[in-house]
Design a protein. Structure first.
Length: 82
């Protein structure tokens, strides 16, 4: 089953840009998903189980590397043409 996730990351520190760019870069390195960014969020399209596995791994890595952050997600059943 395809899914589309819109995700935004809000690091809770003054130097917020490097953690966001690192997270997006790690997502873009994955070959089984499509990733597109805009000014306020990142959209991810792929098979549901694969997208969730990747997000679980990369959100955890973000917490471990950069500390506290807020992630806001919207999850759609189906693929959007991004």
């Amino acid at each position: 089953m395809k899914t589309t996730v819109e995700i935004s990351k809000y690091p809770l520190n003054a130097d917020y840009e490097p953690p966001i760019l690192d997270f997006i870069g790690r997502l873009k390195s994955e070959t089984n998903i499509t990733v597109k960014t805009n000014a306020t969020s990142t959209h991810i399209v792929g098979e549901y189980d694969e997208v969730m596995r990747i997000l679980q791994k990369e959100i955890k890595a973000s917490f471990e590397k950069y500390g506290k952050a807020i992630f806001v997600m919207k999850i759609l059943n189906g693929a959007l043409d991004i």
